[in-house]
Design a protein around this ligand. Sequence first.
Ligand SMILES: Cc1cc2nc3c(=O)[nH]c(=O)nc-3n(C[C@H](O)[C@H](O)[C@H](O)COP(=O)(O)OP(=O)(O)OC[C@H]3O[C@@H](n4cnc5c(N)ncnc54)[C@H](O)[C@@H]3O)c2cc1C
Length: 402
Amino acid sequence: MNQKRILISGASIAGPTLAYWLNRFGFITTIVERADSLRLGGQNVDIKGAAQKVAQLMGIEDEIRAADTGELGVRFVNKDNITKAALPKGESNLGTSELEILRGDLVKILYNHTKDNVEYIFGNQITELSEFEDGVNVTFKNGEKRDFDLVICADGIRSRTRTLIFGDEPIVRSVGLYVSYFTIPRASSDSLWARWYNATDSRVIFIRPDNEGTTRASFSFLSEPKGYEKLSTIEQKEILKQKFSDAGWEATRILTELENNTDIYFDAISQVIAPRWSNGRCAMTGDAAYCPSPLTGMGVSLSVLGAYILAGELSRHSDYQKAFSEYEKVFRPYVTKIQKLPPGVPKLAHPKSKIGISIFNTVINIISSKAIKKIGTLFTNKSKLSTDDTIELPDYWKQAKA
Ligand SMILES: Cc1cc2nc3c(=O)[nH]c(=O)nc-3n(C[C@H](O)[C@H](O)[C@H](O)COP(=O)(O)OP(=O)(O)OC[C@H]3O[C@@H](n4cnc5c(N)ncnc54)[C@H](O)[C@@H]3O)c2cc1C
């Protein structure tokens, strides 16, 4: 199987992780990214459980640790910025995790560890795929045509490459929540504590420190799907203005800063449910295949793990069909467990009324109290990684090049 040429679509987390491992197993890899350069936006993400072990095996765990955002924990504040509850880092299964890094920093680390051995193509994308006996003929947006042995789609939850391969077979299921992430200048009220503010009508503003002297902000609100994710950035900013202008607390400051922002990410939080992850010589991984949603806290960990397992199975089996089916056999049961959202999520954290908000803060206080900290596990599935939902990491790395 080695020396096979593999085209990967998407240069975020899943794509470069896959390319890293495929290279170590001796494959020749190309990554095509639609954006003109790496997309470095987003807030803190975390890597845990078996994915942390994969990061260790890749030799990037120390770099991830060194890029820690410095966040000390999360304070839940009211409209007067009074802390009603707090979750210090590492003292609960909710809140700030042990290994947290800005999404963009992780993307840069993965790129730096692959750029010398992977052909990166930016500002282009696959527009047509046609399979022949020995490979796949790929047409790119710029009109170029090239042949590859296999094509892997790792281009995120709204992947168009996935549609080229699977049509509308995979379902993108909204969980009833919109979230936007963006960066704003740090203000005197910001500190190394993240602040979470619940406004009435199921709205949340969450701001977090980063290690770049700025602040990462997010707005989220419960809503049935309205197609906001398809709107232009200007229209999305307008929606957020309408939704949050009367939210109170620091909403006005954050909305003012949003006007000048250029890295906004706005999406309907959803899960991808796909009955199969491969079709012929094409397969998918990461959010494109099985996005669990940020509510699970597992988007990045699943991307890293899935990429490692897909590369490992391709290295073990010279028959790509066998490799693709083993990838699903090993990984799908774990994905299915992670995709199960705890009851009441995301509504619990987005109460509608003042009373609901007060109950939410009381619950957080209970969770943070030392005596019953473990109750936090009822409200998150983060803890599952350390209990019955662990995945035994296959030892493909033993057959990889140093
Ligand atoms: C800008 C951005 C900000 C994000 N911020 C957060 C955050 O703050 N918190 C959080 O939990 N998750 C965030 N996410 C999602 C998070 O990165 C994923 O849930 C997780 O890391 C899985 O990664 P992935 O590589 O599968 O997909 P993604 O990270 O979504 O990356 C997909 C990549 O594919 C590229 N792409 C899309 N379409 C095409 C195409 N047709 N051809 C070629 N390339 C294409 C995209 O530009 C992107 O680089 C963000 C994603 C992006 C893109």
